[in-house]
Design a protein around this ligand. Structure first.
Ligand code: GTP
Ligand code: SPV
Ligand code: MN
Length: 594
């Protein structure tokens, strides 16, 4: 399979540590897929779903205490603590290896260790990065088959001495007390133990494509970001936009948006290049070009229905693994809250307990059938909106970058920043309410710069400086915008309908990039002038647009105090450009007549 001596030696070493009964190298063939599926069905790791209704689909449950990323157990292990910075957990590499080794030791006795060679980005492209993941989970093997390009072609591309990220993963006993997600950027290595869940266990995703990649990107002069990539096609021309929102804040939905009725006559079409991660580099034309390193979606299930996201639903009709949703025992299908159709009559919930819609806990609260962070894993190629550029090694040229979060108050529906540096400032001060995608207090507002707080593999002060530098060295950088789909009224209802209607905002964004689109200058940037968003076919109650676009200087002054506090964390690492932006914003706000 390979004559890469270093790779073979590393696999031997890791097998020595974990003591699996067997080591199996995966080649990515169809035959192999069938074998793995059959085995997982035999052990109960997967349930085969209705072959007619959901061909090639499987149902999976994770351990009840293992249903989201664990930021408190995620570490950046660098020789110097300063290199991890104030927003990451840090451990000395020697300590990380020692602690994890204790858990990995003999943990694969009676199990098989699979070797998964995978490529993030098209195989053989100079943009791409190769990793090799070792794992004792067939669920992980089958998910990596969907989420990455993997198998013998990757070993061939790696040759006899190519660079690769060493990714060791093991379930061990799934005990949260014995769970660690460790990154060793100086060794180009990831060790993850004690979890079988998504971002903790599919090491190509957040661990390699963001934490390790962001470290490499700083050295090599590019950007690894938590961003969707979409194409907005009209009159035969496609403009590309990236958007960074924190986890469970709408990337998958925006990436495959379907135009609302009222705008259909304009002939827009959205094409999906990626829904979670973008790698951006400068192209020969002086613009930023983006590649989606992934090959599949790991999307949030609840809320996905034929109204909110018909493309995601269509994508997940075959060759999909569903995790922690409701299992319909009668039809061998799946269901989730705010999904499609009626809740099943005979079902098991994500915990495997008999479940019916309407049952409640003792306190009267409804028992949800699907976990709020339950997900579907599907090949990107199955998406009806999939762009024809997904395998293009050059990627796509970016006109606009959007940042945003979940803010019940303060942030308007959309604003355009005044310059690259101001855009970086707006991105660095993004805040959002915590969601079910990570453990912690739900709904609490926290700063989440560039939606990368949990994913930046190095000191975020250095990361901000890298962003500033990228702007200086890019002759034709994209314009930077900020959006908020989640502003609420005084009754706590969303002011903006969101989903497909967000196209109205994207249209204005592109108009602004073309020097059109009417805007009003406010202290925080340009917001659409009254009437500048095309509202054809969308009747919102009187005054809604004023509320959703409002920029309240007094509220922003208070917000600025929080920006200051947040920036203090970074000490001398905070680039002077961001300090200057803060002062300039303060002055613009002070100049507003009371
Ligand atoms: P990750 O996969 O965790 O990175 O999440 P994501 O950013 O891709 O989020 P996703 O698109 O899966 O959306 C998460 C939740 O936000 C779902 O419950 C959606 O229904 C909801 N959502 C998405 N877009 C909108 C919107 O425009 N308005 C409102 N109100 N909710 C939205
Ligand atoms: C996220 O939490 O941002 C996800 C899911 O996309 S996970 O793969 O678990 O990170
Ligand atoms: Mn994500």
């Amino acid at each position: 399979m390979t004559d890469h001596a270093k790779l073979k030696a590393w696999v031997d070493d890791m097998a020595q540590l974990c003591q699996p009964d067997e080591v199996v190298w995966l080649d990515g063939s169809e035959q192999e897929r069938k074998k793995l599926e059959d085995e997982a069905v035999t052990t109960g790791e997967l349930l085969r779903l209705n072959e007619e209704k959901l061909p090639g689909c499987f149902y999976h449950r994770t351990d009840p205490k293992d249903v989201a990323r664990v930021e408190n157990l995620t570490f950046i292990c660098t020789s110097k603590e300063e290199d991890a910075g104030p927003t990451n957990n840090w451990m000395k590499p020697s300590e990380g290896y020692a602690k994890a080794s204790e858990i990995f030791k003999d943990s694969m006795k009676g199990r098989t260790m699979y070797v998964i060679p995978f490529s993030m980005g098209p195989v053989g492209s100079s943009f791409s990065k190769i990793g090799v993941q070792l794992t004792d989970s067939i669920y992980v093997c089958l998910s990596m088959r969907i989420m990455t390009r993997m198998g013998q072609t990757v070993l061939d591309a790696l040759g006899s001495d190519g660079e690769f990220t060493k990714c060791l993963h093991g379930k061990a006993d799934l005990n949260p007390e014995r769970r660690l997600i460790l990154h060793f950027p100086e060794d180009n290595a990831i060790w993850s133990v004690g979890s079988g869940y998504g971002g903790n266990a599919l090491l190509g995703k957040k661990c390699l494509s963001l934490r390790i990649a962001s470290w490499l990107a700083k050295q090599e002069g590019w950007l690894a970001e938590h961003m969707l990539i979409l194409g907005l096609e009209k009159d035969g021309k496609t403009r590309y936009i990236t958007a960074a929102f924190p986890s469970a804040c709408g990337k998958t939905n925006l990436a495959m948006l379907i135009p609302p009725e009222g705008l259909k006559h304009k002939g827009y079409k959205i094409t999906t290049v990626g829904d979670d991660i973008a790698w951006l580099r400068q192209g020969p034309d002086g613009r930023l070009w983006a590649v989606n390193p992934e090959n599949g979606f790991f999307g949030v299930a609840p809320g996905t229905n034929s109204k909110s996201n018909p493309n995601a639903l269509a994508t997940a009709q075959k060759n999909t693994i569903f995790t922690n949703v409701v299992f319909d025992t009668e039809h061998k299908t799946v269901w989730w809250e705010d999904g499609e159709g009626e809740a099943p009559k005979q079902a098991l919930d994500w915990l495997g307990r008999p479940w019916k819609e309407g049952i409640t806990y003792e306190d009267g609260k409804p028992v949800k059938g699907a976990h709020p962070n339950s997900r579907f894993t599907s090949p990107i190629s199955q998406c009806p909106a999939a762009s024809n550029k997904i395998d293009d090694p050059k990627g796509v040229p970016i006109d606009a970058m959007i940042f945003g979060g979940r803010r019940a108050r303060l942030a308007p529906l959309v604003y355009e920043t005044l310059s690259w540096d101001h855009g970086v400032y707006a991105a660095a001060t993004v805040a959002s309410e915590r969601t079910a995608a990570q453990y912690g207090k739900q709904g609490e507002v926290r700063r989440d710069p560039m939606a990368m707080l949990p994913f930046c593999g190095y000191n975020m002060g250095d990361y901000f400086a890298h962003w500033i530098k990228m702007g200086k060295k890019t002759p034709k950088p994209p314009k930077i915008f900020h959006v908020n789909w989640f502003r609420r009224d005084k009754d706590n209802k969303f002011l903006w309908p969101g989903f497909g209607e967000n196209l109205r905002v994207l249209e204005w964004v592109i108009e602004r990039c073309e020097g059109k689109g009417e805007a009003e200058e406010t202290p925080i940037g340009f917001v659409p002038k009254k009437g500048a968003l095309d509202m054809t076919g969308l009747d919102l109650p009187e005054g809604t647009m004023e509320q959703v676009l409002e920029v309240n200087p007094e509220e922003w002054k208070a917000e600025l105090e929080d920006h200051k506090k947040f920036f203090e964390k970074f000490g001398s690492k905070l680039p002077k450009e961001l300090r200057e932006q803060l002062t300039a914003l303060e002055e613009r706000l002070a100049a507003v007549p009371a």
